[in-house]
Design a protein around this ligand. Structure first.
Ligand code: WNU
Length: 150
């Protein structure tokens, strides 16, 4: 029996190979399952506290993840994400408002965008992917508490 980890790696490697496949990419764009959004340096892709119905995959550029924490007048940078990284899953999975800011770090940052319905369909197909994301999102909530996010 293959480990869950090994199967996740298979899914992700499948996804990576698929996104290199121009035909599939084209079909997903044509079917409006995927769209590309463009941002300039300093643009807010996500704002904490707002409602959100979209999931993002970075196709070009870098973004900064920032969050308001107790006792700090400005949101603090908690990490940066680059090409192939994704974000925005937490609001969809925990049915909550956005829990951090996502800010473009470069001009012409490009993100593939998937809406809630397509995200649920995508994730719902793979029970293990769903379990994996739920677990990950719980970890994010724990690290939010540790840094006293407001
Ligand atoms: C963090 N705390 C919170 C990141 C991306 C994907 C995964 C980490 Cl699986 P949202 C804001 C988004 C949130 C996450 C992202 O920011 N995020 C974090 C944290 O420590 N959010 N609360 N680190 S990068 C990241 C894991 O995607 O989803 O819809 O919007 O709340």
């Amino acid at each position: 029996m293959r480990s869950t980890q090994a199967r996740h790696e298979e899914y992700f490697s499948f996804l990576r190979r698929s996104f290199n496949n121009f035909a599939l990419f084209y079909v997903l764009m044509e079917l409006n399952i995927l769209r590309m959004d463009y941002f300039d340096k300093g643009d807010y892709i996500i704002r904490e506290g707002e409602e959100g119905n979209t999931f993002f995959i970075i196709a070009k550029g870098e973004v900064s993840v920032t969050q308001s924490t107790e006792g700090c007048p400005e949101p603090q940078e908690i990490k940066t994400l680059g090409v192939g990284d994704y974000f925005g899953e937490k609001a969809l999975i925990s049915e909550d408002v956005r829990s951090a800011n996502i800010v473009a770090k470069e001009n012409d940052t490009q993100c593939l965008v998937v809406d809630r319905d397509n995200f649920n369909q995508m994730v719902g197909t793979y029970e293990e992917l769903q379990a994996y994301l739920r677990e990950y999102v719980e970890q994010l909530s724990i690290s939010d508490e540790r840094r006293n996010a407001v």
